[in-house]
Design a protein around this ligand. Structure first.
Ligand code: NAD
Length: 422
């Protein structure tokens, strides 16, 4: 089991480096920059104690990785999960750099995490763990250096604990720009909660237009009904799409006429799963991925579309809201089959985009309304989509390779113009 887990972790990092290598080759990138950008610049591993509710002490392992601060501060979420490892955090930090570069944000990538099972910890244990982890990585963190944000099982509540701990460390009253994804009362931004799903929705709508299709009436299938999957589904539903299939970790539900999403959300809130919904048929997650549809949205885990199931995928467009949901082996097969893939480093960049807007607001202590955030997110996601679309068309390459070309070219140009301090 441990061996299997290690192989899949390595795969995410190897996959990120594989696509970087391909872009570097196409761009004719000089070796010095290839070496520089292929690996993270800084990796911190911390082992720290937490006092448990029964009075015992347990040691936890946590990480913070910065890729390359070429443009500005590093930015990236913190995840609490039993499977978190240094390799996974490295891969996710590298992906963050490329996301920021596609949108044109003046930020570089970072990521953090603690290997723990947050579901097995009490509220008090989780708060002590969060605060101690924050204090361990504190030397790296700062509004001009490295700004954490939420990720798996670390949300608003944890961000509030982190900003409080780090502000106290600096003997300051309160420094909101230290962390994004905070509660609004502490300087969080309008629209941050729904930003990743909304950004993905803008990409999906643009992709459909390019194929001569329309969101209105499109059949949509979403794997994962958490923050990102739910928000994507509701924006698509409200724009007239038919969300015909949705799943969570227990399985999926299907209605070819379109699911009543709001009723399904209430059903999930009361039962804990989408299974057993009165107005749909239960299906497995494997069946869900194979439903005929215009847009398939993996919004749960990595490595869901593989060599094993790619031939049975019937979607016209795949919008990758999870990180790394398509394996390296399945990717070219989708391109051969004319399935348009909007890759993760473009499709799920809405989250970091609104985090950037939160950071700007925190730095100026002036806050914008929801409409302004939404307008900026829409504009930047659509511009990002078209940069990648143009490279895809001009170079006759798949969208993922095109996205890496756009991102790597921008970061390499900045690194080159700064030169080397050696
Ligand atoms: P979440 O924890 O809110 O939701 C995850 C959902 O996936 C849950 O509904 C869960 O039941 C479901 N799930 C778990 N295992 C599954 C399985 N085997 N099959 C189907 N569904 C399964 O997390 P989230 O914030 O919605 O994030 C989803 C994905 O998007 C993650 O991969 C995350 O890294 C990525 N992402 C999130 C953000 C963000 O802003 N939240 C930004 C970029 C990328």
């Amino acid at each position: 089991m441990v061996e299997l887990r290690r192989r899949s972790e390595m795969k995410l990092l190897e996959t990120a480096q594989y696509f970087f290598d391909e872009a570097a080759e196409r761009l004719g990138l000089e070796n010095s920059l290839r070496e520089l950008l292929r690996y993270p610049k800084l990796q911190l591993v911390v082992i720290f104690p937490v006092v448990m509710d029964d009075g015992s002490t347990r040691q936890f392992e946590g990480y913070r990785v910065q890729h390359h601060p070429v443009f500005g501060p590093c930015k990236g979420g913190i995840r609490f999960h039993p499977d978190v490892t240094l390799e996974e955090v490295e891969a996710l930090a590298i992906l963050m750099t490329w996301k920021c570069a596609i949108i044109g944000l003046p930020l570089s990538g970072a990521k953090g995490g603690v290997s723990c099972d947050p579901k097995a910890l009490s509220r008090g244990e989780l708060e002590r763990l969060t605060r101690r982890y924050a204090s361990e990585i504190s030397p790296l963190i700062g509004p001009e250096n490295d700004i954490p944000g939420p990720d798996l099982y670390a949300n608003e509540r944890e961000m509030a604990w982190i900003v409080d701990t780090l502000s106290m460390h600096r003997r300051a009253q309160f420094i909101p720009g230290l962390v994004t994804g905070k509660p609004k009362i502490l300087g969080g931004s309008e629209g941050r909660d729904s930003a990743t799903g909304r950004g993905g929705f803008f990409c999906a709508a643009e992709a459909l237009v390019q194929l001569g299709l329309n969101m209105n009436g499109a059949r949509i299938v979403v794997q994962g009904f958490g923050n990102v999957g739910w928000n994507f589904a509701r924006f698509a539903h409200d724009a007239g799409a038919r969300v015909i299939g949705v799943s969570d970790s227990c399985g999926g539900v299907y209605n070819p006429g379109g699911l009543d999403l709001y009723a399904l959300k209430r059903h999930k809130e009361s039962t804990g799963t989408v299974l057993g919904f009165d107005y749909g048929e239960d299906i497995s997650n494997a069946e869900l991925l194979q439903l005929p549809c215009e847009v398939l949205v993996p919004a749960a885990l990595e490595h869901q579309i593989t060599e094993g199931n790619v031939a049975r995928i019937k979607a016209r467009v795949i919008v990758e809201l999870a990180n790394g949901p398509t394996t390296r082996e399945a990717d070219p097969l989708l391109y051969e089959r004319d399935v348009l893939v909007v890759p993760d480093i473009l499709a799920n960049a809405g989250g970091v985009t609104v985090s950037y807007l939160e950071w700007i607001q925190d730095r100026s202590f002036y806050f914008w309304g929801a409409q302004k955030i939404d307008d900026l997110l829409r504009e930047w996601m659509i511009v990002g989509f078209h940069k990648v679309w143009k490279a895809h068309q001009q170079e006759a390459i798949d969208m993922r390779t095109a996205a890496y070309l756009v991102a790597v070219e921008r970061v390499a140009a900045a690194a080159r113009s700064r030169g080397l301090y050696a």
